[in-house]
Ligand binder design. Structure first.
Ligand code: SAH
Length: 350
């Protein structure tokens, strides 16, 4: 029999499974508390359990599979980036971003690499290696909680396209969202997509109140295809109609991510085009100054252009936020740390 990863399981699967060991309910709860409420990263560290139970657990079950290889903290704020090594020696990263209430938003990865190859994003530079398993997604969150961070929000904006690993991402969301034992509210969880239409349709049927964010960046199909190859097979007009259906079904506001690139999409004409494109949707725009990735020939606008773009949207009564650059001294933009790790130890596959 194969080993079972305990972080693959929902509470309602986990509890009966452990009860099959003929342990008392009390014992089973102690194990689950060890997984979710203690700082333990391996069975031996669950201090409440007798040695024989720990030995029994080790025969069939697996606890943490992620190995924290490096942690970097920004010198400017508390932004902290975790580089994890997976069992097959691949790497992923997770970022903890401080918010105003002294808590953290976690930016979680969903794939090793990415197949979409957006030209401005470091995650896809080496293509897709594989999807993350449910437990590898859950473990990113649990590791950081166990490291003492108070986590209030989760955004699936790390490496990968969450809607191309739909089943595992949704199950991981169910595990961390369930009343017991983690209980992070669905409204505090955001899934971000580059615009996978089939995935958006499936997501529209999901009864969870998870938020949807769309990486728009370019309001014109020709321009978008140039920088985001995904646009060729998932064209803007179809994407927008899938989003309208989503909104009709779920009634939730959509966030559009918009990276500002100097001289490409940072003028008010392009802003006006975006407003036209999104007419009829209930949305807000999150502006992100481009975080430079080497060798892709793009740059961020200066402060004045960013401010003009922002004010133009405000003047048109659009809900708009301007994302502060955080953690750029620790390469906290998508995929950058993993890329650096891969380069350093000479890996080509990661
Ligand atoms: N594939 C999903 C989730 C991962 S990307 C998606 O595309 O939404 C998470 C966000 O980071 C996206 O909005 C993405 O476009 C943005 N991003 C990627 N590279 C960036 C860079 N160099 N500078 C700023 N934002 C970047």
């Amino acid at each position: 029999m194969g080993m079972i990863y305990l972080y693959d399981l929902l509470y309602e699967e986990l509890f009966p499974l452990l009860q099959q060991e003929n342990w008392s309910r009390f014992r089973v709860s102690q194990v689950i508390d060890g997984l979710y409420r203690s700082k333990a990263l391996e069975f031996d560290q669950i201090s409440t359990l007798p040695a024989e139970i720990k030995e029994q657990l080790k025969l069939k079950y697996l606890f943490f599979s992620l190995h924290p290889e490096r942690t970097e903290r920004s010198s400017r704020d508390e932004t902290t980036k975790f580089l994890f090594r997976l069992e097959d020696r691949q790497h992923i990263e997770t970022v903890a971003l401080p918010n105003s209430r002294g808590q953290f938003t976690l930016c979680v990865s969903t794939q090793v690499g990415c197949s979409l190859k957006c030209s401005f994003c470091a995650s896809g530079l080496k293509g897709l290696v594989r999807n993350l398993a449910v437990h590898e997604i859950v473990e990113q969150v649990m590791y950081i909680i166990k490291a003492g961070f108070s986590v209030s929000n989760i955004v699936f904006m790390g490496i990968g396209e969450p809607l191309l690993n739909y089943d595992n991402v949704i199950k991981a969301i169910r595990i961390i969202n369930a009343d017991h034992p983690v209980n992070i509210g669905a409204r505090k969880i955001t899934l971000s997509t580059a615009g996978i239409i089939e995935g958006i349709r499936r997501f529209s049927e999901l009864e969870l109140q998870v938020r949807l964010s769309v990486s728009l960046h370019f309001p014109d199909s020709g321009m978008r295809s140039k920088y985001m190859p995904v646009n060729a097979s998932h064209p803007l007009p179809e994407l927008i109609s899938a989003l309208k259906e989503y909104q009709e079904k779920r009634g939730r506001q959509i966030t559009f991510e918009y990276i500002l690139f100097k001289g490409i999409n940072d003028d008010t004409d392009t802003a006006a085009k975006m407003i036209e494109l999104l007419r009829g949707l209930d949305y807000k725009v999150n502006l992100i100054p481009y975080n430079p990735v080497e060798h892709c020939g793009l740059s961020a606008p200066d402060e004045i252009s960013i401010d003009l773009f922002y004010r133009y949207l405000l003047s048109r009564k659009i809900f708009v936020t301007l994302r502060k650059r955080r953690g750029d001294d620790i390469k906290a933009a998508c995929g950058q740390l993993r890329l650096a790790a891969g380069n350093k130890d000479g890996e080509t596959g990661s």
